[in-house]
Design a binder for this molecule. Structure first.
Ligand SMILES: Cc1cc2nc3c(=O)[nH]c(=O)nc-3n(C[C@H](O)[C@H](O)[C@H](O)COP(=O)(O)OP(=O)(O)OC[C@H]3O[C@@H](n4cnc5c(N)ncnc54)[C@H](O)[C@@H]3O)c2cc1C
Length: 231
């Protein structure tokens, strides 16, 4: 039984991301066909970005739905993955708790707020240990993994591959980078965005909490980054 640290890897992003988005943008507003536009387009990145930014800021989001991104993610809690799977335009392949039995004692994620309190952290670890023992007892008594898992906690570690398009990544960032989002999913989405920004730095201005997009905070109480609509 061990505490684990989150790992995120961007395993697929189109090499020609900018060319694809630029072609999609120009196709909507040009007399030329999409094939000619793709084959003969400018290589001037600034020119391409200038049009792309204008199109995205006008809300013409279909142009960025053509970009598919895939991440491999290790060591996130079931609590975090349960929040992630609520996003309906994402695809998931997640480690099964039916077919993959936790090896002996399961791994878990410790929320920093619990880890910071020595006494509560000890209680947390004891609880995990007791649960692991009971889980093993169930399996050894012939209970199937799919039923024994019912006692595994939200803290249990999971692993998944997830894919989403660029429009959905921006939406995910807008919601989950907000300080109102739970810390673990916020850290996960922050890592996903950082990996994309490493490849495509121009996306940094879009991969932001929703307040930066709105120009104000739409929550009841602002964290201080932006004022609420009524000040
Ligand atoms: C801080 C925070 C707290 C939350 N707390 C709770 C909670 O207490 N309980 C709870 O149940 N959930 C909670 N959620 C989850 C939330 O309700 C959404 O299910 C989740 O954030 C997915 O967001 P979404 O629907 O905008 O995005 P996605 O599913 O990623 O969809 C993206 C966009 O596509 C459009 N769309 C997708 N599906 C439909 C549809 N069927 N009809 C119309 N438009 C659609 C919408 O415009 C949507 O915004 C919370 C989320 C956050 C960020």
């Amino acid at each position: 039984m061990a505490k684990k640290e989150m790992e995120v890897k961007l395993i697929s992003i189109p090499e020609n991301l900018l060319d694809v988005v630029y072609t999609a943008c120009r196709t909507c507003y040009s007399a030329d066909g999409a094939v000619e536009i793709y084959e003969n387009h400018t290589n001037d990145k600034d020119k391409m970005l200038s049009l792309i930014k204008k199109v995205i800021s006008s809300g013409h989001y279909s142009t960025i739905e053509h970009i598919q991104l895939t991440f491999a993610i290790n060591n996130v809690s079931r609590a975090a993955t349960h929040q992630l799977v609520r996003h309906r335009h994402m695809s998931f392949s997640q480690k099964s708790q039916r077919y993959v039995r936790e090896k002996g004692e399961f791994d878990f994620i410790v929320p920093p707020a619990i880890e910071a309190n020595k006494e509560l952290y000890e209680k947390f670890k004891n609880h995990m240990e007791q649960t692991a023992n009971l889980y093993q007892e169930f399996l050894q008594s012939g209970i199937k993994g799919e039923d024994a898992r019912s006692i595994l906690p939200n803290a249990t570690v999971s692993s998944l591959v997830t894919s989403l398009n660029l429009r959905e990544l921006i939406h995910l960032a807008n919601l989950r980078l907000c300080t109102r989002a739970q810390l673990e999913i916020r850290m996960l989405v922050k890592k996903m965005c950082a990996l994309v920004e490493e490849k495509e730095p121009w996306l940094a201005e879009h991969l932001v909490p929703k307040c930066e997009r709105l120009g104000y905070c739409d929550e009841d109480n602002s964290c201080g980054r932006m004022k609420t609509k009524n000040g």
